[in-house]
Design a protein around this ligand. Sequence first.
Ligand SMILES: NC(=O)c1ccc[n+]([C@@H]2O[C@H](COP(=O)([O-])OP(=O)(O)OC[C@H]3O[C@@H](n4cnc5c(N)ncnc54)[C@H](O)[C@@H]3O)[C@@H](O)[C@H]2O)c1
Length: 420
Amino acid sequence: MAATGAKTIRMAMVGIGVGGAEILPAMESTEGIELYAGADVNPTTRERFKTRYPEAKVYDSIEALCADPDVDAVWVSTPNRLHAPHAVTAANNGKHVVVEKPMALSLREAEQIVEAGRKNNVQVMAGHTMAYSYPIRAMRRIINSGKLGRLTNLQALAYTDWLLRPRSAEELDPNQGGGVPWRQTPHQVDSMRLMGGGKVRSVRGMTGKWGDWRPIEGFYTAYLEFEDGTPCHIIHNGYGYFLTGDLVPWGDSTSRYTPEERGELRRAMRAGTRNEEADKQALRIGGEAEQRVFRQGGGPRPWSPGDLGVVLVCCENGVIRHSKFGLFIYDDDGQHDMDMTSESANPIAQRRGELVEFHASLAAGKPLFHDGIWGMGTIEVALAIMQSARERREIVLSHQVAVPDTYDAELSVPYLDDKA
Ligand SMILES: NC(=O)c1ccc[n+]([C@@H]2O[C@H](COP(=O)([O-])OP(=O)(O)OC[C@H]3O[C@@H](n4cnc5c(N)ncnc54)[C@H](O)[C@@H]3O)[C@@H](O)[C@H]2O)c1
């Protein structure tokens, strides 16, 4: 959405795939962000992008995109192995950068992105994780207010259909960041770090690969211990036999397949008869599944655990979890349902958090919290989970940073206002 007062940032997307399709509606509707250009190697995608956004420029490479002097910032949502090279190319061409999760495939690559940002004096944001969602940020504010006493432990439990969604060849290669541990740790780890203060001391993890129909890891579990000793457990199981959404009494509006369809998909993958490329393209821009999955209009949509899972925040004197349209807070006065419909119940608005932070940083000089250094901390935890699983031991971390105190300043949380 072009600006109605605030300075406009001309944003370009490289890699207009499924991840791109997911963020485009938020980009279209964030004040101060103009979707100015797109680049992709896939000609069908380029054509569909042009049809959707006739005003936008279209390029077939990151180099051509970066040669455009009118591009202010590049959103990197190409496959994982290209995140670092594309983010560095954009920064070296003087463009600000948002890089999709996982930020990079090694700490060395993440450092190269941070370094390129520093050297070229451009902002680097480690983007597109659930940590930007309003309920998670509200949970953090309630923890930090001290109203429920000290944080005692954190949990996130996700059972999803991640392995059943269509995957490209590169997503099936663990050396290119394929599999649930690479793709899904950023959502849970970023969110847990945000609530636990940022600095994880150590990690003990285990990963799992047991589907004969998918040659990549579909499971991880990890115990993270924060610097102050706060324990945290995270689990993601992407095999799709059971979904955490099944536990939600109001139903899961985000599940893509019925249990029967999930069985059919497993059988088709075992038999090698599924046309995954066609299924994947259907989810990308202009595809028949894109509208249903990423561009649902209508009224507020109830919260669903999705890929983040059921989150439990436990404090000395209470517990917090998601409610249908906000948060349940359990304290000594009972159970409160804190309504956040305006901020949390529109999935498109949910995705705007990072764009708003990015825009505020470029247009108004406000701090960028989820920067490259923060992203490196999240990648370090992901790598430690995989190393711990291989070596069957606890890994102690060294690249962790705290969330600055100023992070919470502008988020209003009704529960805290009521209790003031
Ligand atoms: N944050 C989220 O919730 C979320 C959701 C989905 C995907 N993602 C991320 O998005 C990234 C891509 O995954 P995807 O599922 O969208 O895959 P995808 O294959 O649909 O998208 C990748 C796109 O990049 C294009 N591409 C490949 N090489 C390129 C190059 N050299 N130059 C320009 N374009 C190129 C492809 O043609 C494709 O359109 C991954 O890093 C993934 O983790 C994030």
